[in-house]
Design a protein. Sequence first.
Length: 590
Amino acid sequence: MVARTPTHRIRRSADKDPDSSWDVSTETIDDTRGNPSDHTSFSPLTGQEDQWWRHAVVYQVYLRSFSDGNGDGQGDIAGLRARLDHVESLGVDAIWVNPWYESPLNDGGYDVADYRSIHPLFGDLGEARALIEESRRRGIRVIADLVPNHTSSEHAWFQAALAAPEGSVERSRYHFRPGRGVEGERPPNDWQSVFGGPAWSRVADGDWYLHLFDVTQPDLNWSNEEVREEFLSILEFWLDLGVSGFRVDVAHGKSKHPDYQDVGGVVDHLDPAWASGGHPTWDRTEVHEIVRDWRGVVDRYPGAMLVAEAWVASWDRLARYLRPGEYHQAFDFLFLQSPWDAESMRSRVDEAVEATMSVGATPTWALSNHDVVRHLTRYALPGDVDAGEWLLGGDRDLLDLDLGRRRARAAVLLTMALPGSVYIYQGEELGLPEVHDLAPQVLDDPVWRTSGHTRKGRDGCRVPIPWTRGGSSYGFGTGGSWLPQPPEWGRLSVEAQNTEKHSMLHLYRRAIDLRRRLLGADLTFAWLQAEADALSYKHGQIVSIVNFGSRPLDLPEGEVLLLSAPLEGGRVPVDGAAWIHAPGHVSPVK
Ligand code: NOJ
């Protein structure tokens, strides 16, 4: 059956309506994949859509900041369940939920005290199961977040290790080492924590333990068979509960060189000196064996997948994680970190497409997540300003949020038609900027403390999101919000944007809907001829053109499907983008 759905055609003639450059006439396009704008027509998941992740849109939920169901100022599973209509209205295929386990929450839940329970702040296992089932009925999968590099120091294993003597079985699950110096008073080596400061802390009997992140996140010893077995069982536990896979935290971590040698002056593992492996703690060959073991469990569950969070030096290294029998996907931080610049974006797209396809995987595209400055704010700053450093007190006049918003809208059209999957971080569909002016006393991220206040941390992208124009915490909950929201949050709320014809929210919904209908599973992607400072490509039935330059661009021939901004004299404005319907063949350039 061929469904026919209205689409947009731009009126090129002058029109009195000031809004005319956005206007549409009713056209139809062929739709061979059903009509996904009618979300109730999604078929419930059957488990047969085995490779769904290859072309999916995944929505990242930072639970604590999504929606608060019980009025305690903290987001929770009940809040998420109550807002599933919003998630479904976006048309996404899956939700990735950041860690929801029992935890002291010293690192936003990436410090897990019990891998088989839900933090009472967030709900319980019954609620998690209900979330998975309700989502599934709506055609949406749930992906959990697995944290295998370290536990919390409150985990029963670490507590047992503290109570046990040096050299005990309990300590062998972690990395306990004697110190250097006459009294063992210096750390065993020069390794540094990612959050700042030494990666070793000393316990009462004089032994030292390794923590590559916070002092409350001791690293597990993955040479220990019991650790390996335990994680196979944890995978099984959640897959049995119904999750469709895992985002794997620090996938490039876990394994450590048994000699614990110094790294010398080259502390940063992304330094070119380490580019081809050989670092004692990161991106080691052994991590590949671990994921191959995991696949033995995961592959028993149809449609289950693993997506790697791996910060490695190059695509050469990252592609190794995507070889058959390893991760199904990996995040592309090179693309995420690209400046707003045609050449850079293009080369990062090329690298990702080539590298993933060379191993039979598909790329992923993300612009933001819970660890980075929101992209709208990054794009609002001059290209030579490091957003992370700027947060600490950089010149506020450098921030041009209108510019950031225009670029963030164009970035939707840049990324959503690329081959592969898209990961959306909650709130980007509302065009939320980073909250850059959080007062030091409300900061919760251990990075702020551990770095000795030289890095502000990630709280600014984790501020609870707004649902309504007014009310307590703009609809986030009835009891305030754990981080303060800026006063303009109401204008950016879902409620406000639902009634605005050209809101960011509608742009996301429309782009996801078109992507679903017009891209299909085919990966034929080609760059098209474009002016300097512009990018244009064709994938499926969509031609995307993005203007990174300083003057408006001619619009390619064809039916206009979507615009990030009104045309200027029939042309794509600076920092704007357009999608054109291209059902036939278009000659690529190389
Ligand atoms: C990566 C996570 O995304 C981040 O939030 C966390 O702090 C570290 N891994 C440590 O688990």
